[in-house]
Design a protein around this ligand. Structure first.
Ligand SMILES: [Zn+2]
Length: 331
C-alpha cells in the first residue's frame, strides 16, 4: 500500500474527515512542489475510497479483493491518466475515454476514482472536455487532479476543484526522515540539492546520481579553465537520456548568481569553494544570459531538436564566459 508520509498526514486527515461527514468534493486539486508525495497521497486516497474494509483512520486494508485489484492496476473503478512518456501535453482522446468511463455505473457499487497526474499538461481541448465532467459530476465520483504548476491550469478548472495545498516538511522532519533511510552522512546535502523535497532527495541517493553530478560539474569547471573542449563535453551530455546535465547546469548558474549577490545559502553547498572561485571573474549579465539560455535549451530539449547542437552552443558560450578567469589564472 502507498505510504502516507508524515508531512502529508494533516491533508490525509482532512480528506478522511470529509469522507466521514459525507462531504467529499467531486474534484480535488492536489498542488505543491514535486518530490513531496502528492501522487502517493492521491493513490492512497483512491485506494482508501475503493477498499471494502478500510481501517479506522481510513487507510486501505491492502488485503481485500478491491485492494488487490487496485495494487495490480486492474480495479475497474480506479482510473488514472498520466502524460505519455516524451509528450508534453495530455490530449483530448484519453480525457474523453476517462470521462466516458466515469459516466458509467460503478462496477463494484462504490466510488469511481480518477487521478490525473501532471494536470497542467492538459491541452485546451482536453481541459474543456474535462470541464464538462466537472460541471455535471455523477454520483460517487471523485476526481483528483495533481500538479506542481497550478497556475498553468485553466481558471475554470481550478475553480471547480477543491484545492489541497501540500507543502514540503519542516527541515528537521525532512532530515530525520531521510537520515533514517540513507544514513546521516549525505542527508543534509541531499536535501539541499532537492530544495527540501524528501522524495527527490531519496531518489538522488539511489544509484549513481551524486557521482554522475560530480563528474558533470568537473567537466563544467574544466571548460571555463580551458582544460576541456565544449564539443566533446556536449557530445557526452547529449548522449544522456534525459536533461539532467542541463538541469544541474541551471542550478549551478543560479548558485553562482546567489554567491555574487552575497548569499551563501546555496543549493549545491558541497561545491561552495569551487563556485566561489568561479564567481570572481564572472560578469553578472553574462551569468543571467547563460541561465536564460539553459532554460531555453531545457524547453527545446522536450521538442525534436538537434540536442548536440543545442548543448554545444550552450557550452561554447559558457567556455567564452571563462575568458577573464583564464587570464587571471595565467597571470
Ligand atoms: Zn481493502
Amino acid at each position: 500500500m502507498k505510504e502516507i508520509y508524515p508531512w502529508n498526514q494533516t491533508a490525509w486527515q482532512q480528506l478522511q474527515a470529509q469522507r466521514q461527514a459525507g462531504r467529499l468534493a467531486h474534484a480535488y486539486l492536489f498542488q505543491g512542489p514535486s518530490g513531496i508525495g502528492k501522487q502517493d497521497l492521491a493513490d492512497a486516497f483512491a485506494a482508501s475510497l475503493l477498499c471494502q474494509q478500510p481501517a479506522a483512520d481510513g487507510t486501505a486494508c491492502g488485503q481485500c479483493g478491491a485492494c488487490q485489484q487496485f495494487e495490480a492496476g486492474t480495479h475497474p473503478d480506479a482510473l488514472s491518466l498520466v502524460p505519455e512518456p516524451g509528450k508534453t501535453q495530455i490530449r483530448i482522446d484519453p480525457v474523453r475515454q476517462l470521462t466516458a468511463r466515469l459516466g458509467l455505473k460503478s462496477h463494484q457499487g462504490g466510488f469511481k476514482v480518477a487521478r490525473i497526474e501532471g494536470a497542467h499538461r492538459l491541452n485546451t481541448a482536453a481541459a474543456n472536455s474535462l470541464l464538462k465532467t466537472l460541471e455535471e459530476p455523477t454520483d460517487n465520483t471523485v476526481l483528483v487532479l495533481i500538479t506542481d504548476q497550478p497556475s498553468r491550469l485553466l481558471a475554470t478548472i481550478r475553480s471547480r476543484c477543491q484545492g489541497l495545498r501540500l507543502v514540503p516538511p519542516p527541515a528537521a522532519l525532512a532530515r530525520d526522515w531521510l537520515a533514517a533511510r540513507v544514513g546521516e552522512g549525505d542527508a543534509d546535502l541531499l536535501l539541499a540539492l532537492a530544495d527540501g523535497a524528501p522524495l527527490t532527495a531519496l531518489a538522488l541517493a539511489e544509484g549513481e546520481h551524486l557521482t554522475q553530478r560530480r563528474a558533470w560539474f568537473d567537466q563544467w569547471q574544466a571548460l571555463i579553465d580551458g582544460r576541456q573542449d565544449a564539443v566533446a563535453v556536449a557530445a557526452d551530455w547529449a548522449g544522456e537520456a534525459g536533461t539532467a546535465p542541463l538541469e544541474w547546469m541551471s542550478q549551478w548558474l543560479m548558485d553562482l548568481i546567489r554567491l555574487q549577490q552575497g548569499e551563501t545559502a546555496i543549493r549545491n553547498p558541497d561545491l561552495l569553494e569551487p563556485m566561489q572561485d568561479m564567481t570572481e571573474d564572472m560578469d553578472p549579465v553574462t551569468l543571467h544570459n547563460l541561465l536564460e539560455q539553459v532554460w531555453q535549451a531545457l524547453r527545446l530539449a522536450a521538442t525534436p531538436v538537434n540536442r548536440q547542437a543545442l548543448i554545444e552552443d550552450l557550452l561554447i558560450a559558457w567556455t567564452a564566459a571563462g575568458r577573464p578567469r583564464r587570464r587571471r589564472k595565467r597571470a
